[in-house]
Design a binder for this molecule. Sequence first.
Ligand code: GLV
Ligand code: MN
Ligand code: MN
Length: 416
Amino acid sequence: MTPPLAIDGKRLLQRLDDFARIGATPAGGVNRQALSAEDRASRRLLAELALARGFRVFQDPMANLFIRREGRFPEKPPFVIGSHLDSQPTGGRFDGALGTLSAFEVMESFEDAGIKTDLPLEVVAWTNEEGSRFAPGTMGSMAFAAAKIPDAWSELRGHDGAPFVEELKTTLEALPEAEMRPLGFPISGYIELHIEQAPTLERENIPIGIVQGIQGTRWLEVTMTGQAAHAGTTALAFRRDPMAAAVAALEPLFKQVMPGDPRARFTVGRFAVEPGSVNAIPGSVTFTIDLRHPETTVIDALEGRIRHACERAASAAGCQSALKQIFDMPPAIFSKDLLACLDRAAASLGLETRPMLSGAFHDALFVNRVAPAVMIFVPCRDGLSHNEAEYVEPEQSITGARMLLAATMEAMASGD
Ligand code: GLV
Ligand code: MN
Ligand code: MN
């Protein structure tokens, strides 16, 4: 007798544990950075699980990994569900993995129940969502949406110095079982399940967030250049200290940008000092700014303010300031039709939901440019993410997967 179409919660939780062991950190998180040995191991495990179930496995030139369950009409564009398997350096077990493994669980549920679908169904694990080792983030989905790998990436090096092209090649070669397919192809629609990474759902005790869109993100890199000199002998009047300039520029920005607009996000996450010697005034400092807001015009205005603050502080310290954009992701608004499918799916399960905007960026943002896309959020403890302590209650993971299953059925039935 075939089992009914349902999520196997025990299997899903076991898979989350199995994948959390790949790149596990002593503090209970994962370090599975993009295109690393650990990332390759997680891709291999997923591919092996898929092949064991008789699904076809593909990868494209960006190493985006696809698992396919055939539909009655193989020539039609597949419906795609998934997320990513790479992590932050001190990442959590659920960011990306929950969406990818729940998507695979949905596919297995269809298979277990012997359900035939008109459209092919595919699970995807996008390459380098995080952008921590290789910037920018969402490289896999970005290249997929453009059907092209940007030329500039051929020179790209990781934060650890690793050449992107080499690491990509090694990753592709590590999975010879996967059939190669071109980058970018028509898809009928896309749903991504993810943890909220903020505390709203938990605080309001709502199990499911229906994500209407994603706020914009811009990454800036500022380099301030002065003159390296002796820390003990150089009097203030003779210093051209880029650290003093950076502090002078950043201090008012921290005091004004976020306090002045509760929707703005301003983060300095990386700071490099050259030559980095205790007793030398730095010759240069380079820092990143992660800037986010739901409105592009506000991001533009904030970038202008940052540029001005850096130039003024640098000039007052006898230094130079150079600012460049290293990533720009305009805000996204998700498909109305798919949002309606999500509402119907939640109603069919009797789940309370809440509409929300995503503060984090996701691969769904780029997929949304080439196909209807939407996201589902589940709560995570204290809203904590990009942290090894990230945690999702087992029941909440299972509820998220049930919601993904119901939404996928709704969307595939409605021809999206
Ligand atoms: C994604 O990881 C983000 O930084 O929003
Ligand atoms: Mn993520
Ligand atoms: Mn993340």
